[in-house]
Design a protein around this ligand. Structure first.
Ligand SMILES: [Zn+2]
Ligand SMILES: [Zn+2]
Length: 351
């Protein structure tokens, strides 16, 4: 085995350490709650059963969302974003960066790509050899381009992006609720052990520790959850919150924001019955996004545009919304539809 290959295998195995840590903590919390609290400490049968039922419901939802976040493979750009053979050969032979950009620009014209690098160039991944779709980034840990990449999360040893962002937010929500359930039901026994109303048994150590661990995890998880709920409401990824996406006419941190309810629907879907379950219900295909361009005149905010392909008069500062000009079919190939068609939307005013 080559040393570099062995090193990579070793690194991959080590990447699972945080996941193993979470599993050990959850496994111990299960033992402490079910055996030490419910079996050995709670004297009342009805109380014990009701605690066990509620605990298992939240544990199940938490594990389900966590499992889906870990094992959902990050979505990568479809073949349509690779360079056609002739252009690829030209691109590889060409040494001048400006000429390479011209080749990329020509190919990008046929794709729903509106964001650029900070220098205004077409975003191209040399490692994956694809034109990066809007909101897509290359993850150096996963060694691939990830659609609507949010961040690489060591706690799930996976990239959080288009394919699992909803699961990730639900994982944070159910992890917080799991901690709330533990704290709320353990607290009275915690006080009884603390004030010596209950005798010192081996359950005492587990129950005191269980309360502290659940409270600590709750504080850290709920702050992360609040941040991600804020991001969902603004239709921003963590990467975009740190570095605004750059559109042809400049960077705009609200470039993908379509108003609160539409932003929430983009992650959780339009049918409320699926919101609380870690099943895929996000809108779109992850390759193209409804894009709001910059330079919105505040006087015209909240106006409803009804352009239907009609371009505004010269010099007019009208907000534009570019609809996705491609549709993805089931085999992941791209079909062109009415190119550049402008859709009508209510443009929200944001600071
Ligand atoms: Zn890449
Ligand atoms: Zn990754």
């Amino acid at each position: 085995m080559a040393p570099s290959h062995a090193l990579r295998c070793c690194k991959r195995t080590l990447n699972w350490a945080p996941v193993l840590f979470i599993n050990l903590v959850v496994g111990w919390s299960y033992y402490a709650y079910v055996v030490e609290l419910c079996v050995y400490t709670i004297p009342n049968n009805a109380e014990r059963i009701s605690y066990l039922v509620v605990f298992h419901i939240f544990l199940f939802m938490f594990i389900w969302a966590y499992w889906k976040t870990i094992w959902s493979r990050p979505a990568s750009p479809s073949m349509a974003f690779g360079l056609p053979r002739a252009e690829k050969e030209l691109y590889e032979r060409e040494e001048r960066a400006e000429r390479q950009q011209e080749i990329l620009k020509k190919v990008a014209k046929t794709l729903p790509v509106y964001t650029r690098t900070a220098g205004g160039a077409i975003r191209y991944c040399d490692a994956c050899q694809v034109i990066k779709p809007d909101r897509c980034h290359h993850c150096s840990t996963c060694e691939m381009c990830v659609l609507k990449m949010d961040h690489h999360c060591p706690w799930v040893n996976n990239c959080v992006g288009f394919s699992n962002y909803k699961y990730f937010v639900l994982f944070l929500a159910y992890a917080s609720l799991y901690c709330v359930v533990i704290c709320a039901t353990v607290v009275q026994y915690f006080i009884k052990f603390w004030t010596k109303q209950l005798p010192d048994t081996h359950a005492k150590f587990h129950i005191l520790f269980l309360f502290f661990v659940a409270a600590l995890f709750f504080i850290s998880i709920v702050s992360l959850l609040s941040y991600h709920l804020w991001l969902v409401g603004k239709n921003r990824t963590t990467i975009e919150a740190f570095r605004a996406p750059v559109f042809p006419n400049g960077p705009d941190k609200n470039g993908f924001s379509l108003g609160f309810s539409q932003n929430v629907a983009e992650v959780f879907g339009e049918q409320a019955k699926y919101w609380i379950f870690p099943v895929f219900s996000s809108l779109g295909d992850g390759h193209s996004f409804v894009t709001r361009l910059v330079h919105i005149d505040p006087e015209q905010a909240n106006s409803v545009l009804q352009q239907n392909g009609k371009s505004p008069a010269e010099g007019e500062t009208t907000p534009h919304v570019i609809s996705n000009s491609v549709q993805h079919t089931e085999d992941n190939s791209i079909k062109k539809t009415d190119e550049g068609q402008t859709v009508s939307v209510t443009v929200e005013s944001e600071p």
